[in-house]
Design a protein around this ligand. Structure first.
Ligand code: UDP
Ligand code: MG
Length: 333
């Protein structure tokens, strides 16, 4: 019997949790040849989420609860869940029932056919604003142009991963965690699975516009140094213009072409100076973004802190394996 771990990040999801637990349990219990565990991560919820999870856990021994000490954000909550997961196969799914739990069975089928990662592709996205759809589309376009790692378009974090893949993922220590990109980077055999994304079961989205921008920046900056190159390229173009300007000035001087009235060109001068100032500040800003990221990375703080764990008490065979993910990966290579 294999073990399936389902990782479910929750932030203020009191409205949808009981329904999510029920539907998830039903869906994964129906899968043959697998025992399962449901790992709920309470990502510092300020509503009744944790109390509800405690209650659900007391009735269902498949449920484990990890309560983080504060809100660390979706990607880190998922990472915490992956670290706690013991399964041979691990599925990450949102708590809000936008990703239908019944699709997990299809993912398992693809895993049985030898795929190490099965990622969900949203064919339709009911109940999401036009703005979100448009920004999401633009985002995938930009990131694929910028990034060295090609990323499948229209994927989210709903995916199945083999143990091997999760071990590699956990051995990647970076703080700027753009999981879907990191999983693409890992490789192995990856297969898409189309599904229809549903409207939220209840509650509201936890991704504000600001957080979405932050997330998109994380995605681009942690997978590419192209913005830095663009800054250098802009500099080269500016130098090109300057050289042309010098040649022109000399020619004007030598041939006495003062009719061109270059002496009156204060407006163009003004604009050029301002423009260059802008380009310089922008380039500095781009460098600053990378520098800031380097700064947070080198501090090497732990990614998150756990306040409480429920349901992990029963020792499982894999927990006797005291090696860290890093060590396990070394054996792999
Ligand atoms: N989430 C989380 N921490 C956060 C924000 C979100 O754990 O800081 C969880 C949330 O509870 C949900 C999932 O991440 O299960 C996806 O969030 P949401 O549905 O708000 O995002 P959307 O689907 O609108 O992109
Ligand atoms: Mg959602």
């Amino acid at each position: 019997m294999k073990l399936l771990s389902v990782v479910i990040p929750c932030f203020n999801e009191e409205l949808v949790l009981p329904a999510a637990h029920e539907r998830l349990s039903r869906a994964v219990s129906a899968i043959d040849g697998f025992d399962h565990e449901l790992i709920f991560i309470d990502d510092g919820s300020r509503d009744d989420t944790f109390r509800l999870l405690t209650e659900i856990q007391s009735h269902d021994s498949h449920v484990r609860v990890l309560r983080l000490s504060r809100n660390f954000g979706h990607q880190i909550a998922v990472t915490a869940g992956l670290e706690a997961a013991a399964g041979d196969v691990i599925v990450v799914i949102d708590a809000d029932l936008q990703d239908p739990p019944e699709v997990i069975a299809e993912m398992i089928d693809l895993w049985r056919q030898g795929n190490h990662v099965v990622y969900g592709i949203r064919t339709t996205r009911a109940g999401e604003s036009r703005f979100k759809l448009m920004t999401a589309k633009a985002f995938y376009r930009i990131i694929n142009r910028f990034s060295d790692t090609p990323m499948p378009v229209d994927t989210g974090d709903f995916r199945l991963m083999d143990r091997k893949v999760v071990d590699v993922l956990l051995a990647m220590p970076e703080r700027g965690r753009f999981l879907r990109g990191m999983v693409s980077w890992i490789g192995f055999r990856q297969a898409p699975l189309a599904y229809e994304r549903q409207p939220r079961g209840a509650g509201r989205t936890k991704y504000s516009l600001f957080r979405m921008i932050q997330f998109a920046l994380d995605g681009i900056l942690s997978f590419s140094v192209l913005p830095l190159r663009l800054a250098a390229l802009t500099g080269l173009v500016a130098i090109g213009f300057a050289l042309a300007g010098i040649v022109m000035a000399v020619v004007v001087r030598l041939l006495g072409l003062y009719d061109l009235r270059l002496g009156r060109g204060w407006a163009s001068l003004f604009v050029a100076v301002l423009f260059m100032g802008g380009v310089q500040l922008l380039s500095l800003g781009v460098m600053g973004e990378y520098l800031g990221r380097i700064y947070t990375e080198v501090k090497r703080r732990p990614l998150y802190a756990v306040q409480e764990r429920l349901g992990f008490e029963v020792p499982r065979a894999d927990q006797l394996d005291s090696r860290t993910a890093n060590e396990r990966v070394k054996v792999l290579f």
